[in-house]
Design a binder for this molecule. Sequence first.
Ligand code: SF4
Length: 388
Amino acid sequence: MSTLGIYVQVPFCQTKCTYCNFHTGVVSPDRFAPYVQAVQREISSARMLFDASSIGHEHLFDLPVDTVYVGGGTPSLLDAPLLGELLDTIRGNFQYDWREVTLEADPETIEPDKARQWVASGINRISFGSQSLVDDELKAAGRMHRAADIYKAVPILRDAGIHNISFDLIAGLPKQTHASWRHSLGETIALRPEHVSVYMMEIDEGSRLGLEVLNGGPRYSARELPSDDAMTEFYQLAQQELKAAGYEQYEISNWAKPGFASRHNLKYWRRERYLGFGAGAHSFSGTQRWANVHDAAAYVAAIRSGKAAMGSVESVTTEAALEEELFLGLRQIAGIDLSRVQREYGVDLQEKVGRLASRGMVEQHGDTLRLAPDRLQVSNEVLVELLR
Ligand code: SF4
């Protein structure tokens, strides 16, 4: 049966990490409640806002919501009752059969009372912004927490009744070495989260660190970044250690204990439908994609005046849908179903697949095409070949 995912964006943080290229801001806590009220209003008037923006929503509101993801930013900064009200608004406006309700939480924001209230409001999964278990790296990256906060937070979450914790790690932080990366991986595994995400450091002009690197400067420990080769080795070490510890890799950046793959994120990779609320949130109806404006103040102002806060709406052409299928399929270890692609898009990729397989880039098992395990980092190269 088809289901719907709901994403809520909370674009506020306590500080700006040096590597952060997200649209998030540091604002006074006074702005949290008005923002959440705007999101609640956007949710409860969604049908009307979609109609006014020519968004086709036939059957969308009939689908039961089975996953909710509250991300950011640092949504765990919000008072727990505010988060509870937000989830109540979703319950009041959609059919629901909640299986997975995730909150992104940073270690230093986790307290016993808060965690108990999260569980009481329906949150059953925490995406935990650990990033590294090494204080020098956390400090250099401008993170608010230290390793001690991580060790303290995990038992708090367990005691509160959270049985599904996902750790985020970043490969390629300034000051990271083989030994420190091995330490972060080992400590993560010892804390027994059900899920681990490993993200590769991105250097671009969207972050302070990225700009410093591009300008050749020394600030933010920009000259102490590991090399590209070292990052590749970090990734490969993560693959080995996580596999040995019983985690199954199911996507380029994601590993899970059996049964704990993220249902919500799988919706993105499988091109299932989801609605996003809040500044900068993205939505996909199956035939259209749209996104709200990033600026939180502009978002709140638009919603308060009864208008949609969409910055872009586009219909997904067949060509774009095929590109998405291939791009997202290559990210997943389950791969791409070639016969379905042929059936739905009238495209026979066999000849190109044969060429890529002969170069060791991809593997084909029956109708399934997937990247070779040691080529997971070259998905873009393969995508370009398949679309050529
Ligand atoms: S906590 Fe996350 S979203 Fe906030 S500044 Fe740091 S990296 Fe960016």
